[in-house]
Design a protein around this ligand. Structure first.
Ligand SMILES: Nc1ncnc2c1ncn2[C@@H]1O[C@H](COP(=O)(O)OP(=O)(O)OP(=O)(O)O)[C@@H](O)[C@H]1O
Length: 255
């Protein structure tokens, strides 16, 4: 077993007096694809922020390579809103993060070109965000994150605003890119199929306060067939966990 890249040991998080995450313990191995599933408000984004070092634990240890997590280029967060600068072309948006690095102009352009090509936007590199579809904008955002060569890519519902076809297409792109770049990815999603399709492991969270209820190993080989019985098995397992197929409704008796 290799040393985990991320290790959380009994991490809790409070905002003011409100306990939002309680006693979270897990490890993430290098190159793993982890998805976090859970109902709205159970603390998924807060957990992602702790992994990225954008928040600090109130108690417990949050470690990256065995050291307390700090913000930096190790982790990059990608959101549903693409966060592109409208006055900059695709290539200039991708170059953005490199501006603070000690690289020659040539190196910056070369690296940006590589990632623009990797996400399939070679022909659009001089276009501006308003000329792109939602899927293309998200690909620019992915290229802009990858150009920094982060160790961990944190994604907070990155495909939620896209239509089904674009979402499927980008999910495949992401798998292809991850296989090439070996980036560790942690994804927050509400989409159960997306989590099963992409992940090596799924963390299932429950609320009151937020905690890790279960870890699910998705042992199927990638790329996965969404219609296979194995895939359906994992769907059913998760659906049952959230009681989607047998809603528990309180019954009131008036006597
Ligand atoms: N900076 C903050 N200050 C105070 N409370 C916060 C802060 N950030 C999050 N919270 C609270 O923590 C809880 C968990 O929020 P979080 O955004 O992590 O949940 P989530 O599972 O990602 O929700 P959603 O799926 O709706 O995005 C919520 O009750 C939220 O109001």
């Amino acid at each position: 077993m290799t040393t985990p890249i991320v290790s959380f040991q009994h991490v809790s998080k409070k905002f003011q007096d409100k306990l939002v995450l309680n006693d979270i313990t897990f490890t993430i191995e290098e190159g793993e694809f982890i998805s976090i599933l859970g109902k709205s408000g159970c603390g998924k984004s807060t957990l992602l922020n702790l992994i990225g070092g954008f928040e600090e634990p109130s108690s417990g240890k949050a470690l990256l390579h065995n050291q307390p997590i700090r913000t930096g280029r190790n982790c990059i967060m990608l959101f549903q809103e693409y966060g592109l600068l409208p006055w900059r072309s695709v290539i200039k948006n991708v170059e953005l993060g490199l501006e603070s690095l000690q690289l020659s102009q040539e190196e910056k352009r070369e690296r940006s070109n590589f990632y623009v090509q990797l996400v399939g936007l070679e022909e659009n590199k001089y276009q501006f965000p308003h000329q792109l579809s939602g899927g293309m904008k998200q690909r620019v955002a992915i290229a802009r994150a990858l150009v920094m060569q982060p160790e961990i890519l944190l994604m907070d519902e990155p495909f939620a605003a896209l239509d089904t076809f674009n979402r499927y297409y980008l999910q495949d792109e992401l798998l292809r890119i991850q296989e090439r770049e070996k980036t560790t990815i942690v994804l927050v999603t509400h989409d159960i199929d997306e989590a099963i399709y992409l992940s090596d492991r799924i963390f299932i969270m429950n609320s009151g306060p937020g905690h890790l209820q279960r870890e699910l190993d998705i042992t199927l080989a990638k790329p996965r067939d969404r219609s296979s019985s194995d895939f359906q098995y994992f769907r059913k397992t998760i659906f049952e966990h959230f009681h989607f197929d047998h809603p528990e409704q309180p019954i009131e008796y008036n006597i």
